[in-house]
Design a binder for this molecule. Structure first.
Ligand code: NAP
Length: 282
C-alpha cells in the first residue's frame, strides 16, 4: 500500500486499542479494491474524547470505528445518530461528511448476520437467553427487539444491571416478553435454558484465559444454539462445551467481521470484500 498526498484516512478510537483486528481487516479490504485509503488505530484517553472527535473534522478523517470505552461518550460530539445506535445507546461507526459526523451501530447488524450465517438463527419469534448486560448486550437486545423476537431473558453477574436493561427495553417493546433472571438462581437458569432457541454470551468472562461463566448447559433443549460474542480464544470454553453436547455453537469472529463489513459499506458506499476481510482476521 502506497501512502500518498491524496490518501484518505480511516481509523479506530479505543483505549487500549493495540490489540484491535480492525486495521488489518480494513486495510486488506482497501488494498483488494485498490482504494487510496488507509486505516490506523488511535489510542484515545477517555478525557480526550471531545478533542478526538473534533480532530476527525479538522484532519478530514473520513470514517472512524469506536470501541471500548468510547462507544457511549462519543455520542454528544456527533451531529446525528442512526435509529439502531439511538436504541442501543452506543455508536461504533462514525462517518464524516464534510465535517458533519453521523453515528451508527453496526454491532447490531453484524450480530444478526453472524448468528444467521453461523447458526441459522433468525430473530423473528426466537426465544433468547442473554447472559450479560453491558454495551455488547445492548446491541444484542436491539438486534432481537427490532426484529421481532418473542421472548428475551437477561441474566447478569450484577443483577441490577439486568433489571435495568430489561425494564428499559421492555417499555419500548411491549409485545416482547423481556424479563431479568438472577444468574445465581440455578433452577431459574436451568428452566430458561430449557426454553431458549439461542443462548448468547455477551460477557467478557472467558476472554483470553479468564474463567468462563458456569452454566448448566445440559439443560439446553436439543435444538438450541449458542453464540459467544468473545472471539479470543476462537473456541471459547462455552462454545467447546456446547459443541461437545451436540449443539450448534459459534464464537464472535463473525460478528466482528460483519460489523466491519457494514462500517466499510457506510463509509465507501461499496460492497465490502467480506472473504478478504475474513481471511485477514482468521
Ligand atoms: P462491558 O460493557 O464492559 O460489559 C461486560 C459484561 O461482562 C458485563 O455484563 C459484566 O457483568 C460481565 N462480566 C465481566 N466479567 C465477568 C465475570 N468474571 N463473570 C461474569 N460476568 C462478567 O463490555 P462489552 O462491551 O459488553 O463487551 C463484552 C464482551 O463482548 C467483550 O469480550 C467484547 O470483546 C465482546 N464483544 C464482541 C464483539 C464482536 O464483534 N464479536 C462486539 C462487541 C463486544 P457486570 O455487569 O456484573 O460487571
Amino acid at each position: 500500500m502506497e501512502i500518498k498526498a491524496t490518501t484518505q484516512i480511516y481509523g479506530i478510537f479505543g483505549h487500549p486499542v493495540s490489540h484491535s483486528l480492525s486495521p488489518v481487516m480494513h486495510n486488506s479490504a482497501f488494498s483488494t479494491l485498490g482504494l487510496d485509503c488507509v486505516y490506523v488505530a488511535f489510542d484515545i484517553a477517555p478525557e480526550e474524547m471531545g478533542k478526538a472527535a473534533q480532530s476527525v473534522r479538522t484532519l478530514g478523517i473520513k470514517g472512524i470505528n469506536i470501541t471500548i470505552p468510547h462507544k457511549e461518550s462519543i455520542i454528544p460530539h456527533l451531529d446525528g445518530i442512526a435509529p439502531d445506535a439511538e436504541l442501543t445507546g452506543a455508536v461504533n461507526t462514525v462517518k464524516n461528511d464534510a465535517g458533519n459526523l453521523s453515528g451508527y451501530n453496526t454491532d447490531v447488524g453484524g450480530f444478526l448476520k453472524a448468528v444467521e450465517e453461523d447458526l441459522g438463527i433468525k430473530p423473528e419469534g426466537a426465544s433468547v437467553l442473554l447472559i450479560g448486560a453491558g454495551g455488547a448486550a445492548r446491541a444484542v437486545m436491539s438486534a432481537f427487539c427490532m426484529n421481532g423476537a418473542e421472548r428475551i431473558c437477561i441474566a447478569n453477574r450484577t443483577n441490577d444491571k439486568a433489571l435495568k436493561l430489561a425494564s428499559e427495553f421492555g417499555k419500548q417493546f411491549k409485545k416482547i416478553k423481556i424479563e431479568p433472571v438472577a444468574l445465581d438462581d440455578r433452577s431459574a437458569i436451568k428452566a430458561r435454558l430449557g426454553e431458549a432457541d439461542i443462548l448468547v454470551n455477551s460477557t467478557s468472562a472467558a476472554m483470553e484465559g479468564k474463567t468462563a461463566i458456569d452454566l448448566p448447559l445440559e439443560s439446553l433443549k436439543e435444538s438450541a444454539s449458542v453464540y459467544d460474542l468473545v472471539y479470543k480464544p476462537r473456541e471459547t470454553p462455552l462454545v467447546k462445551e456446547a459443541r461437545r453436547l451436540g449443539h450448534r455453537a459459534s464464537g464472535g469472529l463473525g460478528m466482528l467481521l460483519y460489523q466491519g463489513a457494514l462500517s466499510f459499506e457506510i463509509w465507501t458506499g461499496m460492497q465490502a470484500p467480506v472473504e478478504v476481510m475474513r481471511k485477514a482476521i482468521e
